[in-house]
Design a protein. Sequence first.
Length: 151
Amino acid sequence: MNSLITFLSKAIATVFFIGYAPFAPGTFGSLAGLIFVWLLKPNVPWQLIIMISGFIVGTFCAHSTEISLGEKDSKRIVVDEFIGYFVSIAFLPQIPGYLIAAFLLFRFFDIIKPPPIRDLEKAVSGGMGIMLDDMLAGLFTNIILQCWRLL
């Protein structure tokens, strides 16, 4: 039973093993979010359900997988990028311009990690830390796109 829970946790934390991509696994995790939204076009209630449940489940699975892999904030854990992308597109029109802009801006903030994103990443450890910095990167992205939308 323990090995099944470890396997399921790792499957979720790596977004069904996308995190094992040979290069740029975080980008592939975000791209999975983009493709999911592009194809399924979840409405706002579903976006919120995915964000909230994804954050909670992702936090536990990221923490468990970090321990089982023996790597702090392993690059294989990409559930944070997947859910962070959902934060990026929340309450925005699900049209190609916004979805692609959200992807690019989110990747920028996630890779560059300007303060306070970098500070949060250093201050909080474990699954919570893995998830929170990407939620903040998604929030920065969303604020910029909401401002763009108002122009």
